[in-house]
Ligand binder design. Structure first.
Ligand SMILES: Nc1nc2c(ncn2[C@@H]2O[C@H](COP(=O)(O)OP(=O)(O)O)[C@@H](O)[C@H]2O)c(=O)[nH]1
Ligand SMILES: [Mg+2]
Length: 554
């Protein structure tokens, strides 16, 4: 017994030897700096006291402290220079359906900001988290009586893991957070508790010596100190609510993947959020642009104009009779883009099928180019397609509709037909041609219920090429973030389906192996029983472990 104890003691002694030596050295170093400072301070205070200036220096010290606390509070709340705040930008993976749930989380954050929800302790932390989880679960499962339980267990653990990871990242942003251990904090707290009685006596007696400084301290510094502490607590509470809310939405909206990380986690710290979002949200999947339009509207000409020459079709997408795809490499669009041209959809012989096919393709695209000819006023097929597309996405709130950019072609043949002297000022027209283009643009805007900013008038004839590089490409760059959100949700859906099949496959394999082993075992036992009970017996064989032989035979 005693030998074990001594063994433990000696081993723990060796283990703790290095830190204790280091601490001893730290004390010496601290004393070298601290002692002269202390002596300096004490003699200085004595000198100040003898010259009757100590009170004023004390007051100046208190003012400095008050200013410090005030600045800490101000800077940690307003421009987030001291305490990084959760980003207010809607996370890129959120679909229209998730916006209401995100609103709910934002409401909690506003309540914390207003001071309606205060930090009261760990109990309150946990119950607040549960409340948010319950409300979000109920939002996604309105018909379920126990919405909180409407998720598989492994996914719940994934959500906890992600939340914990984010909170670790947020708190690591605090100054010195990576240096101070919980042990340090506990020791600090214990020291504080020990000093407290002496400090209380000092605080009681202080007004007797210096009543105006004591009054200042009580009225200003103490209050500011309490407020600063409150700010820190609120900050922690806000991060907690933000992260719990975010991951609860991911969990209950079905966006969390079990076996892989979907690499679009929004950057946590608001300062970098805007800068990083487009970068991080790039997935392996390239952006898909679908060109739609009536026969002879100028779809093929648009492809040529974007490429500069007639491009070669590729089969990156399953080539169907109706869709031709091209790979476009443009750095301003973030790299590779697949552009698909889908013949005209207004064929009078089979109008319904063509529109349906276009609709199906449009659901697989991240951005739509609707090509319209300015000289063709029959826009019913385009209007019908757009309205069907809108109603389709209205029933699919977990997906984002692709943004639509209208390319208005043939503007060169608008009246006066002979005139062609670009550039034209379309915003405030100053010539007959510019008026005609302006008129055509606004007619399309009203007929198709689309904002004029998303309509680009162009001329696609190679010898008269106008407004593609000047206006269409910049507009594309502008709507790119929206298109990427559509892409994200689309690829997330594909990934989830893929994962479901993979998991199913894996489970089926495991079950199959188990059944195989089981059946083998059962078969072996059955065979053994039949043979041993019957006329056969097991004997060691010359090359195999055993042989079955008729009983009684030698
Ligand atoms: N004048 C003029 N002709 C155009 C313009 N865009 C396309 N075209 C012509 O319109 C015809 C049909 O164009 P195309 O790109 O094949 O249409 P698609 O059926 O939609 O692919 C071609 O002869 C093009 O040269 C344009 O902006 N102005
Ligand atoms: Mg064509």
């Amino acid at each position: 017994m005693s030998s074990t104890q001594s063994h433990i003691r000696s081993s723990s002694h060796t283990a703790s030897r290095t830190p204790s030596v280091q601490r001893w050295r730290l004390w010496v170093l601290g004393a070298c700096v601290g002692l002269p400072l202390l002596v300096f301070g004490a003699t200085g205070a004595l000198w100040l006291y003898e010259h009757h200036w100590l009170k004023w220096v004390g007051l100046a010290f208190l003012c400095g402290e008050a200013l410090l606390l005030w600045l800490v509070r101000r800077w940690s709340r307003t421009d987030a220079a001291l305490l990084p705040q959760p980003s207010a930008v809607l996370p890129p993976t959120f679909a229209p359906r998730d916006e209401a749930a995100w609103e709910l989380v934002q409401e909690y954050l506003e309540r914390i900001d207003r001071g309606d929800v205060l930090f009261e302790g760990v109990e309150q932390f946990l119950s607040l988290g549960r409340e948010i989880l319950e409300r979000i679960a109920a939002y996604y499962n309105p018909d379920n009586r126990e919405p909180l339980l409407a998720i598989p267990v492994p996914l719940l653990f994934r959500a906890l893991e992600e939340t914990a990871h984010d909170l670790a990242q947020a708190t690591a942003a605090l100054p010195l957070a990576h240096r101070i251990t919980i042990g340090d904090a506990m020791r600090g707290y214990r020291l504080h508790q020990k000093i407290m009685p002496a400090y209380r006596v000092y605080r009681l007696l202080y007004p007797l010596f210096n009543w105006h400084n004591a009054l200042f301290q009580r009225l200003v510094t103490d209050r500011l100190f309490d407020l600063t502490r409150q700010t820190f607590n609120q900050w922690l509470l806000k991060w907690y609510v933000d992260r719990v809310g975010y991951h609860a939405i991911e969990l209950y909206s079905g966006k969390l993947l079990l076996t892989r990380q979907f690499n679009v986690t929004p950057p946590l710290l608001s300062k970098t959020a805007e800068k990083l979002t487009p970068l991080q949200s790039s997935t392996a999947e390239p952006l898909r642009i679908l060109i739609l339009g009536q026969l002879k509207a100028g779809k093929s000409s648009l492809v040529n104009a974007l490429f500069g020459t007639a491009p070669a079709a590729t089969d990156v997408l399953p080539m169907t009779a109706r869709v031709t795809s091209y790979v476009l490499d443009r750095p301003e669009l973030g790299g590779t883009v697949i552009i698909s041209d889908m013949g005209g959809y207004e064929d009078p012989n089979v109008p319904r099928e063509r529109v349906e096919a276009a609709l199906t393709e449009a659901q697989r695209a991240d951005l739509l180019f609707l090509v319209l000819s300015a000289i063709n006023v029959a826009r019913e097929p385009d209007r019908r397609l757009l309205s069907q597309l809108r109603s389709h996405f209205a029933t699919q709130p977990a997906l984002r509709p692709p943004p639509v950019v209208v390319v208005l072609t043939h503007i060169d043949v608008l009246r006066p037909r002979r005139e062609w002297t670009p550039p034209y000022n379309i915003v405030s027209p100053d010539s007959a041609k510019a008026h005609a283009i302006h008129g055509a643009l606004h007619a399309v805007s009203t007929e198709l219920c689309l904002p004029p900013e998303l309509i680009v008038p162009v001329c696609l004839l190679p010898e008269r090429l106008y407004n593609v590089e000047e206006a269409l490409v910049p507009l594309l760059v502008q709507v790119l973030p929206d298109a990427k959100r559509t892409l994200l949700l689309r690829s997330l859906k594909t990934l989830r389906q893929q994962e479901a099949w993979e998991l199913l496959g894996r489970q089926a394999r495991t079950a199959g192996q188990f059944l195989w082993q089981l059946s083998g075992e059962v078969l072996r036992k059955a065979l053994e029983r039949v043979l041993t009970q019957g006329t056969y017996e097991r004997v060691p064989g010359p090359s195999t472990p055993f042989l079955w032989r008729r009983k009684g035979r030698r």
